[in-house]
Design a protein around this ligand. Structure first.
Ligand SMILES: [Zn+2]
Length: 536
């Protein structure tokens, strides 16, 4: 067993954290030599799902482009699922295994630039999700009429918990066909568009024509009924399709009115919905919800807020269905712009948490949005940094949500031009369209487009768990101030109020002095996520 130690040094105090990672973590979380030489092109996942037996079986055809001539290929699949055989051009291949990683020994010459296919045959009783979507696997539930209500979820754990694939985020497949044979009388809904429903076998064929990440792929089987609408969007007419349990149809028709409001707000802030070709869907599931690409899964029990709760404590969080808005926001940040490494997961959750306040901004105004995002601060722990550990599938602090959104809200203040800020958000979705990225790329892009070097701001908020303190002393006609708890070179401009009067400062760790009028009360603008300390 190979063990890695990680030492994190934080700005003010020296906290030593030792984390142990295993060889399996490295095989799962890094671009191994057995992954690097081939580029994913196409998957055809073709399975039968048997809810009575909690059993699945079938194949995944993996088409790839050869980047470098190699012969050993890593495919991931988690036990208790088993690979039965792997073939290329009809011939069985040798497979050696190391835990969840399986190494396929190819016989044929892999000529650089050529496209090849392998077919992975597999079957078994997949891991059952006990606390979906937090743990992942299959949810084998029943609806109120006793009919099967089945769904998959696998963020974090990885899609290899239920189907064989290249289980790393850096390489997205360009398109995918998902064929699922479901029990008679039930419908399977997956990602993309329903290309064909084979009535004789009750097999549905869903085609995704855009790049998709592994954890975004899903299977949902239930006694679904359908309704939908056409949305007149920035890129034309968008099909918005909804699949809900038969008994919930009337409730859903009222509740999903939020969907078009969401689309309106997010296209305004982020640009066109990134998957017009594949449609937008909401699919009811027996768990809370997940950002499955072009088939957002929904289980917020037809309530506003988060299961009826306002995470911001301001009341604004009850104006919308949190799950519907949040998971849909991920279509731009997670499905369109996707992290390469789980360590950068804030790119999904920080931006999407931030999207909730922009939804409010669009429909209820700027003050409502500010109240909401500032209200979310009550959930920040500042325990460990937001950026996780690279190459071992390890994300950072849960603060990536609320602190992430408050970091972005703070940067909006620094940009101090809402139209410019909106163009930066739209530009991200345009310039990184359908790409997997690193946080560094996104940070540099925001610095570049805003015309400010924000590297120290990102370092402070993403790579330490320490919040800057604005320390000040005020006496007759003199304001003294400085930053505490900051990394070297941290020089974030700040808007403060002297009484009613707006005042701009650029503090540093050294004391600075400004001439002011009188001896007013000092207050940092509430939109900056920072602490203040009066040292008089
Ligand atoms: Zn999320």
């Amino acid at each position: 067993m190979k063990i890695k130690f990680l030492v994190l040094l934080l700005a003010s105090t020296c906290i030593i954290q030792a984390q142990q990672f295993t060889e399996q973590d490295t095989l799962r979380g890094s671009i191994t030599p057995e992954r690097a030489w081939w580029d994913l092109n196409y998957y055809h996942l073709d399975i039968e799902v048997n809810p009575e037996e909690k059993y699945i079986s079938g194949t995944n055809t993996i088409r790839y482009k050869v980047l470098e001539q190699q012969k050993v290929m890593q495919v991931d699949l988690q036990p208790p699922l088993k690979i039965e055989k792997v073939t290329q051009d009809g011939k069985s291949l040798k497979v050696t295994s190391n835990g969840n990683a399986h190494f396929v020994h190819l016989k044929k010459k892999q000529k650089k630039g050529s496209y090849k296919e392998i077919i992975v045959h597999y079957s078994g009783h997949p891991k059952e999700a006990v606390r979906a979507p937090w743990d992942g696997g299959f949810s084998w539930k029943k609806d109120a009429n006793g009919k099967h209500f089945v769904a998959t979820s696998c963020q974090g754990l990885g899609a290899s918990v239920w189907w064989p694939n290249k289980d790393h985020m850096y390489d997205e497949v360009d398109s995918m066909l998902i064929s699922v044979k479901a029990p008679k009388g039930l419908l399977n809904v997956s990602n993309g568009r329903l290309r064909k429903l084979d009535k004789a076998t009750n097999t549905s064929h869903w085609f995704v024509s855009n790049p998709i990440n592994n954890y975004g792929v899903n299977v949902n089987i239930a006694d679904y009924v359908y309704f939908g609408e056409k949305f007149d969007g920035e890129k034309g007419t968008l099909d918005m399709d909804y699949y809900v349990l038969r008994d919930d149809l009337e409730k859903a028709k009222v509740h999903f009115l939020d969907a078009a409001k969401m689309m309106k707000a997010f296209e305004h802030w982020f640009g066109p919905y990134p998957f017009y070709e594949d449609s937008f869907k909401l699919v009811q599931v027996p768990y809370l919800g997940m950002e499955h690409q072009s088939s957002i899964t929904y289980g917020n029990q037809w309530k506003k807020g988060y299961l009826g709760k306002d995470l911001s404590g301001t009341g604004w969080g009850l104006k919308f269905d949190f799950l519907l808005i949040h998971e849909s926001g991920h279509e731009w940040f997670a499905n369109n712009i996707t992290y390469k490494d789980a360590a950068d997961m804030w790119l999904h959750e920080g931006f999407t948490s931030y999207s909730e306040n922009l939804f409010l901004n669009y429909h209820y105004g700027k003050e409502a949005a500010e109240d909401y995002v500032i209200g979310l601060r009550q959930n920040i722990k500042n325990d460990i940094p937001i950026i996780g550990t690279y190459d071992v599938n390890k994300s950072g602090s849960g603060d990536m949500y609320y602190k992430g959104s408050n970091l972005l809200h703070t940067i909006r203040q620094l940009v101090n031009d809402d139209e410019k800020w909106r163009q930066i958000l739209r530009g991200l979705n345009k310039d990184f369209y359908h790409q997997t990225v690193t946080t560094k790329q996104i940070e540099d892009y925001i610095s570049d487009k805003s015309g400010m070097d924000l590297s120290k701001v990102f370092d402070q908020y993403l790579r330490t768990a320490v919040i800057p303190v604005f320390e000040y002393k005020v006496s007759e006609n003199v304001l003294e101030y400085r930053y505490n708890n900051v990394i070297d070179g941290f020089d974030m401009p700040l808007k403060i109020y002297l009484g009613e009067k707006e005042h701009h400062v650029i503090p540093s760790p050294e004391w600075n002095t400004d001439k002011i009028e009188g001896q007013p009360d000092v207050k940092v603008d509430r939109n900056y996520y920072i602490e203040q300390k009066n040292s008089n």
